[in-house]
Design a protein around this ligand. Sequence first.
Ligand SMILES: Cc1cc2nc3c(=O)[nH]c(=O)nc-3n(C[C@H](O)[C@H](O)[C@H](O)COP(=O)(O)OP(=O)(O)OC[C@H]3O[C@@H](n4cnc5c(N)ncnc54)[C@H](O)[C@@H]3O)c2cc1C
Length: 412
Amino acid sequence: MTSSILVLGAGMVGTCTALHLQQRGFDVTLVDRRAPGQETSMGNAGLIQREAVEPYAFPREPGFLLDVVLGRGAQVHWHARGLWQMAGALLRYLHHSHPRRHALATAAYSRLIAHATMEHAPLIAAAGAQDVVSREGFRFVFRTAQAFDQAAQRAEDLHTHFGVRSQAENTAQLAQAEPALQKPLAGAVHWLDPWAVHDPGALVQRYADLFAARGGRWLTGDAASLQVQGAGWSVHTTEGRVQAQQAVLALGPWSDGLIRTLGYRFPLFIKRGYHQHYTPPMQVRQPMLDAERGFVLAPMQRGLRLTTGAEFAPIDAPPTPVQLAKTDAMARELLDLGQPLPEPPWLGARPCTADMLPVMGAAPRHPGLWFNFGHAHQGFTLGPVAGRLLAEMVSGEPPCVDPTPYSPRRFG
Ligand SMILES: Cc1cc2nc3c(=O)[nH]c(=O)nc-3n(C[C@H](O)[C@H](O)[C@H](O)COP(=O)(O)OP(=O)(O)OC[C@H]3O[C@@H](n4cnc5c(N)ncnc54)[C@H](O)[C@@H]3O)c2cc1C
């Protein structure tokens, strides 16, 4: 008999989970309150980050932290209420960011990241989505020679330890590669393995279309209505209550709210981020991270997308796009941004965990319920491998990556 399963959340992670479960013969219903890929998986920088083998650690440099406290710089912004709400998880994040523990997290994270492009590739091909993907890498650009030299050395280390390929570019090489840059920069590390998606929401929608074309069911519904029903689970949708034997929770930054109602207290927190589109007279060719200022410029179908660093604020607090205003001025030091599109800044939230590893596996105290969330800065990258790994666990197949470090049981 076909086994039925609900997947709650149709971001990159939930949609890929639905596809992989379907591929293994499950009768899958994908449920979201919005259309697929309309939230965090839409507003990001669109990078499939094969180079991101190290999860984002809590910064420890005293000068940087002083800037954050005093509200200087653009990389971090905070609301007092956000810091207060997330204090417990942030302290544990600081603890896990100790270099020794961060190295352990990197070992587990890099095993997932190694699958980044490899797992997207067959989905992109099957979904006919080649037109929104470019495979020419992206750059970290540097304003000072000291930062550039350190990063070039670090890139060599990452190649030695993780096989990540890059090329160091000096001032002239960078200027030639990116003629839109108006200011001579110290140099760039050009990561050669990552891919760039010019419309991240469209890629999720194409994956969801593939799921539907293969017979999957997508419904509008509210995950908050999830309840145990008989030996399975049910959720309320616009087509009435839908029941299945099992359920997967893939609600990205909203996962914490739902698992709390089930009695779980995991050290989860969010890092909000903004984007704004521009119409520069001359487009950047590949995405670039201004590594010393902490913003990304990514060419998108809608224009040049500027994305910001982390804002520690409650998920439902009104937008405070302070970082966008600062990075707008910083980006204009590099190139002619042109005018912002007449639209309000986009606001989203990276779903983070204190130990920097996603939460993937069986819910500790609820039979038939599975978790797949907490992919932080790289959920768009990791969606396909996260979907595959979860589907392998549900179906009892040998997993492509040892899932132990990501088990929900580590948080109780
Ligand atoms: C500024 C910024 C830049 C980023 N850049 C990158 C990048 O370049 N590369 C990268 O890999 N990652 C990037 N990220 C991170 C990445 O976007 C996220 O990790 C990823 O999108 C998370 O995917 P998800 O499917 O878990 O969550 P989401 O995409 O948020 O999906 C969760 C889904 O759950 C649904 N939902 C929530 N509550 C309910 C409910 N009650 N009922 C029904 N449905 C519900 C939502 O509608 C949503 O569709 C960036 C993030 C930000 C903020």
